[in-house]
Design a protein around this ligand. Structure first.
Ligand SMILES: [Zn+2]
Length: 148
């Protein structure tokens, strides 16, 4: 669902700014695909992450996963929104499957907004898409699947 900056809620606007701000801290010398992400928790806290690659590629941690881990280190509160910023040739960049499952683990609900920001070559906002999380990961695997 494409939206504009004017459509962002105040917390989403903060997350977009935080994701854009942290993106230069990504460590992606191999792919060159740098991603910044930010999540808001139920108490208003904001947590950030960026992708971190390793030369063997298997040690790579993605920005959204990094953000969820940072949030968990800081608080027991769950995520109420997440934004990420990237320069992608895709019309609508989206989190990978691993990150979707990690978001699932710490999301306050299955319908939290995921805001995807695509930046242009000047690092200005080119496109914004907002998805309810359960659109990205329908019928997801959660604690109920193992009786928890
Ligand atoms: Zn990912």
């Amino acid at each position: 669902m494409r939206i504009t900056e004017a459509d962002l809620t105040p917390i989403e606007a903060k997350l977009v700014a935080a994701a854009r701000a942290i993106r230069p801290r990504a460590y992606a010398p191999y792919s060159g695909y740098t991603v910044g992400a930010a999540a808001a928790d139920e108490n208003g806290g904001i947590h950030v992450g960026a992708n971190m690659e390793g030369v063997d590629y298997t040690l790579t941690v993605h920005a959204e996963q990094h953000t969820m881990n940072a949030m968990r280190l800081a608080t027991d509160a769950r995520a109420v929104a997440l934004a990420f910023a990237v320069q992608s040739p895709a019309e609508a960049p989206a989190p990978c499957g691993i990150c979707r499952q990690r978001i699932r683990e710490f999301a306050a609900s299955l319908s939290i907004p995921i805001v995807a920001v695509n930046l242009d070559e000047r690092l200005e906002i080119l496109r914004i898409n907002r998805y309810p999380f359960d659109l990205l990961l329908p019928n997801s695997f959660g604690p109920e699947n193992i009786g928890k």
